[in-house]
Ligand binder design. Structure first.
Ligand code: KIV
Length: 263
């Protein structure tokens, strides 16, 4: 089987074909997701909440993500794996080199970091050292204590423009993929159109290039799911069909509809 690459995702964007991605934390689910046709998976620091039971992602360590990256890689060796750099693991460029090296050696194809243009130097230095970087803008969960909760971002023109400027600056610095979380649909569209790289939305409307969901949200496991989450298992009754339905609805643009988006 041919491994999925960043070039494949760029081609999908060029062809205006939407793609579905999902978080994965272990070999069994990763294998099932790949088998159903999801070729891009995120080993997200959301595992601090979904697996470890904390109320934020802050306690997660590089070693935690490295362990789960190895598990996912074993189950889905041909998928494109993005591993989250956890809280405070990229506060300085030096820290980011060491954290990224651990995650890439564990099987990651790309690392993800949360934040705006203050990260441009880090993005540039990692990219020069052969580490592909995915950015994360909008609601960045590691900043929950700055935001004062998990709130929709970019609602007014000033903050929307700031987010767009950050996205453009990060792309210029070398960022090759962007996750955009919890922003109004119109801003999701604006950012996706402004960038050449693929933009993967979560709670960012159906006009981004791709979508991502936390697997526990897609399978109805989360006790109090966010507004943008959809329980695909409820509609289908088995996990394989639920994942197929998620893929189909992302590819057709049916998910996320208005009920799962922000104005
Ligand atoms: O950690 C994670 O699962 C994420 C997604 C919410 C995109 O960053």
């Amino acid at each position: 089987m041919k491994p999925t690459t960043l070039a494949d995702l760029s081609q999908l964007k060029k062809e205006k074909r939407k793609f579905a991605t999902i978080t994965a934390y272990d070999a069994s689910f990763a294998h099932l997701f790949a088998e159903q046709g999801i070729n891009v998976m995120l080993i997200g620091d959301s595992l601090g909440m979904t697996l470890q039971g904390f109320d934020s992602t802050l306690p997660v360590t590089v070693e935690d993500i490295a362990y789960h990256t190895r598990c996912v890689c074993a189950g889905a060796p041909h998928s494109f794996l993005i591993s989250d750099m956890p809280f405070m693991s990229y506060a300085t460029p030096e820290q980011s080199f060491s954290s990224a090296a651990t995650l890439m050696r564990s099987g990651a194809n790309m690392i993800k970091i949360e934040g705006g243009s203050w990260l441009c130097e880090t993005v540039n230095m990692l990219t020069e050292r052969a580490v592909p970087v995915c950015g994360h803008l909008g609601l960045t969960p590691q900043s929950v204590n700055i935001f004062g909760g998990y709130k929709v971002q970019g609602r007014d023109e000033t903050s929307a423009q700031q987010l767009l400027d950050d996205a453009i600056a990060l792309e210029k610095a070398g960022m090759q993929l962007l996750v955009l979380e919890c922003v109004p649909t119109a801003l999701g569209q604006r950012v996706s159109e402004a960038l050449e790289i693929p933009v993967i939305g979560i709670g960012a409307g159906n006009l981004t290039d791709g979508q991502i969901l936390v697997m526990h949200d897609a399978l109805g496991i989360t006790a109090r799911p966010p507004k943008f989450a959809k329980d695909f298992l409820k509609e289908t009754g088995n996990i394989r069909d639920a994942i197929r339905l998620y893929i189909e609805q992302v590819e057709s643009g049916a998910y996320p509809g208005q009920a799962h988006s922000f104005k």
